[in-house]
Design a binder for this molecule. Structure first.
Ligand SMILES: [Zn+2]
Length: 412
C-alpha cells in the first residue's frame, strides 16, 4: 500500500499553519486571509500531484484526476473552514486524506476509469451567517441560487456578494459555477468529534446515518412580581418551572443509554432582574437521534411533563418554533463496499451514527454518499485540544484508498 504517514503529516502541518492561533487553536473563517492562503497552498499542491483544479464562484476548491472515460466523478473531501479557535483536524483531515490517496495514485500511475474530484468546501461551519451551515455544498449542488449573494449577511453587515468577490466570476451572473448533481458518489472522511470509537478501542467508524434534529422553544409564562413581598406559596415563577423542565429533559436523556441526546442551550428570562420573580422564560430545546420515532417519543414525554409543571408551578407552557431536520441515511451499497474493504485490511471498525452535521448531509440528497470516521482523542472537537492519532489516520486513508479504487473501477 502506498499511503504514507509522512506525507499525511506534512500536509497536515502545512494546512494547520494557516490560521494558527497562539494557543494552538485554528481560526480559518471562510474567505479570510488565512483561508485564502490555505486554499492557494492546496490548489498548488493539487497541481503538483496531477489534479486539474478549479475554484467555483463560492470558493469551493476542486481538484480532479480525470478518468479513462467521461463519467460523473466520485467526489471526496471535506471543508476547509474552521470555527473560531477550533481544532486542526475538523474538516482539513478529510481533504488531506483524499489528497494523499491522489498523490499515491499519481506516484503509481494508476488511471481510474471514472474521474475523482477532491473537494475542499467553504463555509461548512455556519460561523459567518448566523448558523447557516454547509453553505459550500449547498452552492455546489445548486441548492442555493443567485439571490443568496444578497440575502446572506454577516453580523457586521458584509454581504456574501462582497465576501466572494475575491473569486473572478466565470461568466456574468452564473452562480454557482455549475450545479453538480451528476456526481456518482461522495465520500467524506472526518474526525468522529465524540469518543465512542476510543471507548471501544476501534480504529474507524463507518457512518450509518447523520442524526435527525428537532429544535423548538418552550415559552413559559408565569407572573412577574416583587421578589420580597411575594410569599413563596403565591409565586408563579417561570424561572423555577424552566429549571424543573431542564432537569427533567437532562435526566431522561442521561438515562436513555445513548439512544438520543437533548440540550437546553439558551435561556431568556423576562424581566431578567434580580429583584423580580421571572414572569416569562424562553427555553431552547434540541433533540438529536438516529430515527424520528425516537425524537417523537422524547417530544411526547416532554409534553406530558409540561402538564405536570404547569400544575405544580401555576404557569402555562407552550411549544413554539418547532423545526425538524430529518435523519440522513448513508448509502447502503457504499457502506457495504467500505465494510468489505475494512474487512480485507483487517481494520476494526464500528458502524455508528454521526451526531454532528456535515457536508455529506447535503451531498446525500444528490448522490450516494458515505462517511468514514477517525477516532478523536478524548472526544474533543471545536477546540484547540482536538487531536487524532496518525496511526488511525493512516489506516483510514488506506480504507479510503481501497474504497475509492473500488468505486472508480465500477462500470456503473
Ligand atoms: Zn467538520
Amino acid at each position: 500500500m502506498s499511503i504514507r504517514i509522512k506525507e499525511l503529516k506534512m500536509l497536515f502541518e502545512r494546512i494547520s499553519s494557516f490560521g494558527r492561533e497562539e494557543n494552538g487553536g485554528i481560526t480559518r473563517l471562510s474567505w479570510s486571509p488565512s483561508f485564502l492562503e490555505a486554499q492557494r497552498f492546496l490548489e498548488n499542491y493539487m497541481k503538483e500531484i496531477g489534479l486539474q483544479t478549479r475554484i467555483d464562484t463560492f470558493g469551493n476548491l476542486m481538484g480532479t484526476r480525470p478518468g479513462k472515460e467521461e463519467r460523473p466523478p466520485v467526489f471526496c473531501g471535506s471543508h476547509l473552514d474552521s470555527v473560531p479557535n477550533g481544532g486542526a483536524f475538523d474538516g482539513a483531515l478529510g481533504i488531506i486524506a483524499a489528497l494523499e490517496v491522489m498523490r499515491s495514485w499519481q506516484e503509481e500511475g494508476f488511471d481510474p476509469l471514472r474521474p475523482v474530484t477532491v473537494v475542499a468546501f467553504a463555509e461548512e461551519e455556519g460561523t459567518l451567517f448566523n448558523g447557516h451551515a454547509c453553505m459550500g455544498s449547498r452552492f455546489l449542488t445548486g441548492e442555493l441560487d443567485l439571490q443568496a449573494r444578497d440575502i446572506f449577511r454577516t453580523a457586521s453587515g458584509t454581504s456574501l456578494r462582497e465576501l466572494v468577490s475575491c473569486y473572478p466570476a466565470q461568466s456574468p451572473d452564473f452562480f454557482p459555477l455549475e450545479p453538480i448533481n451528476r456526481g456518482s458518489a461522495y465520500i467524506e472522511l472526518h474526525i468522529e468529534q465524540g469518543n465512542l470509537l476510543e471507548e471501544k478501542g476501534l480504529q474507524a467508524g463507518i457512518v450509518t446515518t447523520i442524526v435527525g434534529i428537532r429544535h423548538f422553544t418552550l415559552l413559559i409564562k408565569g407572573r412577574a412580581n416583587h421578589a420580597g413581598t411575594t410569599a413563596m406559596h403565591r409565586r408563579q415563577d417561570a424561572m423555577v418551572a424552566a429549571a424543573s423542565l431542564i432537569t427533567f429533559i437532562y435526566q431522561r436523556a442521561k438515562s436513555a443509554d445513548n439512544t438520543y441526546v437533548a440540550t437546553n442551550g439558551r435561556i431568556e428570562a423576562s424581566p431578567n432582574a434580580e429583584n423580580v420573580v421571572a414572569g416569562e422564560v424562553r427555553l431552547s430545546v434540541e433533540i438529536r437521534a438516529e430515527r424520528m420515532e425516537i425524537i417523537e417519543r422524547v417530544f411526547d414525554e416532554i409534553r406530558n411533563q409540561i402538564s405536570c409543571v404547569e400544575q405544580e408551578f401555576v404557569v402555562t407552557v407552550s411549544v413554539c418554533g418547532k423545526n425538524d431536520l430529518l435523519p440522513v441515511p448513508m448509502d447502503e451499497s457504499l457502506i457495504r463496499i467500505m465494510e468489505k474493504c475494512a474487512g480485507e485490511t483487517g481494520l476494526p471498525y464500528l458502524k455508528m451514527p454521526s451526531w454532528a452535521g456535515h457536508d455529506a448531509m447535503i451531498m446525500a440528497r444528490h448522490m450516494p454518499t458515505a462517511m468514514l470516521f477517525v477516532p478523536s482523542i478524548e472526544g474533543i472537537s471545536h477546540a484547540p485540544e482536538e487531536r487524532s492519532r496518525f496511526e488511525d489516520i493512516e489506516q483510514a486513508a488506506i480504507l479510503l484508498d481501497k474504497t475509492l479504487r473500488t468505486l472508480v473501477c465500477a462500470g456503473v
